[in-house]
Design a protein around this ligand. Structure first.
Ligand SMILES: *Cc1c(COP(=O)(O)O)cnc(C)c1O
Length: 461
């Protein structure tokens, strides 16, 4: 046993060695090695294990490498999934990045009126610009769409009207445990379900209305579809019913594309917030980092009295955006305002969606020469890209990919080597080969992609 205890590494020496191999500070490594050594000591003393020094060091080295990999760093997304939630949803445009840099590294007029020198209104410009782009009375932004929904429900159920009416066909789970019934409960409201999964009629809503109804909520089926024997009342009819009873009608739209997606790419038409508002929705809620292409945010837009009330909620303070998000969102909305009718603003995800398949295939072909000598069978194949991010479940955009079938290593090993590069390169394995769809890769990164592939074949694990 004491021989086994002598196998425990010297914390100082191992920390020194690992700090040269990995982008981790020595202070962080010392903590990790001490924790892992304590665990090994317990395994030796309590379980009678007799590990060799090398086994312990390899184990700690792997844990340190996993920690280094979990540090936020750039990834090249070659999955073809444009809004990839695991890869950070929407990348920002150059204009947003430049603005972010200038606001982040200095002071700003966040809550300061430069005309009078007195305290000013936070997000005043952004709210005006949002309302203008959405062609509605008022708008504001909070941390994300989930927060926007909780905040809106909490506000509208104040005063004892705590019932929220939702169709059974819209009790959606978004992902990451976000379920509409639970969100309603968390907000302190009571869910009143109406209709059946596939069919809901205006009369179902009408029967559910009581003097306790705080709002009627519509939830966009953003990540699944219901087809076949289905029915739901058109929004203008539901809005007329709600307004007859003095009840607000709210729609959680999820993605909220400001562009007509069907004109951008061979995609279905994703309902826009403007269409919802014109149809009679009082407040529409949507995400900033899905098809809008901006930062993580939740936008609340519509009736001025309701937006003003929401902003007065104490809970608004807990979910408000910081100056960095406000900066990026302001640039993104300005991009939309500057684009002329039907034109595409300078938002990377929209560019990815709109690129013609032939252009992606040409970019793939252009890389083949620099990959010619590798021990792999590499071809350019048709592929299918998606909008992703819980948007447009039926989206299938014709795209092109580099198909790499390595000869000297397993395809999983190649994929792992590419993920460990800087920047990491992430593709998709199917049909026994790695597929790198260039639709979601910035064209200026194409030669870097080729370099990373060459380096991965030269690499030994
Ligand atoms: C994605 C989505 C949300 C959550 O949006 P976040 O901005 O990620 O909080 C809420 N509702 C619907 C319908 C969605 O699609």
């Amino acid at each position: 046993m004491s021989a086994a205890l002598r196998a425990l590494p010297s914390v100082e020496k191992l920390a020194h060695a690992l700090s040269r191999e990995l982008p981790l500070s020595k202070a962080l490594l010392i903590g990790l090695i001490q924790r892992e050594s304590t665990a090994w000591r317990a395994r030796i003393l309590d379980a009678g294990e007799t590990p060799e020094r090398e086994e312990i060091e390899t184990d700690i080295r792997q844990k340190a490498a996993a920690l280094a990999n979990s540090r936020l760093r750039p990834v090249i997304n070659a999955t073809g999934v444009c809004i990839h939630t695991n890869l950070g949803r929407s990348p920002l445009g150059q204009r947003s990045a430049a603005a972010l840099n200038s606001i982040a590294t200095g002071y700003s007029n966040l809550e300061f009126d430069l005309a009078t020198g007195a305290r000013g209104q936070r997000a005043g410009y952004l709210e005006t610009a949002l309302a203008a782009v959405l062609q509605t009375q008022a708008a504001t932004a909070v941390n994300n769409c989930a927060a926007a929904l909780v905040l809106t429900i909490r506000h509208l159920i104040a005063g004892g009207k705590d019932e929220v009416i939702v169709s059974r066909g819209e009790l959606v789970e978004i992902g990451g445990g976000f379920r509409i019934p639970e969100v309603i409960e968390t907000s302190g409201a009571k869910l009143v379900e109406v209709g059946a999964t596939n069919k809901v009629h205006l009369a179902d809503y009408e029967r559910a209305i009581s003097d306790k109804t705080g709002l009627i909520l519509k939830v966009h089926r953003s990540n699944f579809t219901i087809e076949g024997f289905t029915a739901e009342p058109p929004t203008p009819e539901l809005a007329a019913l709600a307004h007859e009873h003095g009840i607000p009608l709210v729609e959680d739209l999820g993605s909220g594309a400001l562009m007509a997606t069907d004109q951008l790419a061979p995609l279905d038409h994703e309902p826009t917030p403007m269409e919802c508002l014109v149809a009679g929705i009082d407040l529409v809620l949507f995400s900033g980092d899905k098809l809008l292409g901006g930062p993580q945010a939740g936008i609340i837009a519509g009736r001025a009295d309701l937006v003003a009330g929401i902003k007065r909620e104490p809970f608004f303070r807990a979910v408000r955006c910081d100056k960095l998000i406000l900066t990026v969102l302001q640039e993104c909305i300005d991009d939309y305002l500057a684009a002329h009718a039907g034109e595409r603003p300078d938002v990377p995800v929209l560019g990815f969606l709109a690129a013609p398949q032939g252009q992606i295939a040409d970019r793939c072909c252009a890389l083949l020469d620099s990959l010619a000598d590798l021990p792999a069978h590499i071809t350019v194949v048709d592929s299918t890209a998606n909008t992703g991010g819980g948007t447009m479940p039926k989206s299938a955009i014709p795209s092109a990919a580099l198909r790499i079938a390595p000869r000297n290593i397993a395809v999983e090993q190649l994929a792992a080597r590419l993920r460990s590069q800087a920047p990491a390169l992430v593709g998709t394995i199917y049909d026994n080969a790695l597929h790198l769809d260039l639709r979601t890769v910035f064209p200026h990164q194409d030669t870097l992609v080729a370099d990373l592939i060459v380096r991965s074949f030269a690499h030994d694990d």
